[in-house]
Design a protein around this ligand. Structure first.
Ligand code: DC
Length: 227
């Protein structure tokens, strides 16, 4: 069977990462969480107080940043920033509140898209984000666009934060998701759109297992279909 690229895009907290991670495991593919890459850049920019209005400073900072992934003993992919595990840090609310602004900067996008294309150049990857099917790999054999109701997404995200010992009230989570949806969809650089040829899956009323099954079914179809 040929190796393909599975591109999964959609709004914040639709279950993209959970679905992509599980699908990659079943397919024996590499999983790339591109949101984690933008989050790691955000951590660096916040910690180093990079001036977001200074393109030179931004470009210089980007040359100092290396984002990598490692699989931990439990089989879960974790994000590293310049060799340090930042998996917990990147999921913090403070990072969520700044990541949309930082990921909208052209220099940041150019650097990340370049890194993402390198990670997927041999195919055999499941990559999730906002612009994977539209910009990073417009030739991906399978493009998925996930959607879900805002309230359902907020409840899922609040639980995720709680699992990481961060208690955030539902209104704050809803406001953050709404703001990021708006920002990600209306920004000038690579806005979130449903890519040409993408298959939409609404996850509001289906379980993660059902989401994953559907992605695997579609991926298998693409892997045996040579066209
Ligand atoms: O998937 P996530 O919520 O972890 O993504 C964090 C932010 O990164 C999101 O608000 C928008 C940005 N992002 C992006 O602009 N392009 C991507 N391919 C992935 C994420």
């Amino acid at each position: 069977m040929r190796k393909i690229i599975v591109a999964i895009d959609g709004h914040s907290a639709c279950g993209k990462s959970t679905t992509a991670r599980a699908a990659a495991k079943i397919l024996g593919y590499y999983y790339v969480d591109t949101g984690a890459m933008y989050r790691a850049v955000t951590v660096y920019f916040l910690e180093k107080h990079v001036a977001l209005t200074n393109p030179k400073e931004i470009s210089r900072a980007l040359t100092d940043i290396k984002v990598t992934f490692k699989i931990n003993p439990a089989g879960v992919t974790e994000t590293y920033l310049n060799g340090l595990n930042v998996e917990k840090k990147i999921r913090k609310m403070e990072v969520s509140q700044n990541v949309s602004q930082i990921s909208a900067i052209r220099e940041v996008r150019d650097a990340m898209v370049d890194a993402q294309r390198k990670l997927g150049k041999s195919r055999g990857v499941v990559m999730d984000g906002r612009d994977i099917g539209s910009v990073v790999f417009p030739d991906a054999e399978l493009k998925i666009f996930l959607t879900a109701d805002l309230l359902v997404r907020a409840i899922r995200r609040q639980k995720e934060l709680l699992d990481k010992d961060e208690l955030v009230d539902l209104d704050t989570v809803i406001a953050n998701l709404r703001q990021r949806d708006e920002y990600d969809s209306t920004r000038k650089e690579s806005p979130l759109i449903k890519a040409k040829g993408a298959i939409e899956i609404d996850t509001t009323h289906i379980t993660i297992d059902e989401q994953v099954d559907e992605v695997i079914r579609l991926a298998m179809g693409r892997m045996i279909n040579k066209n």
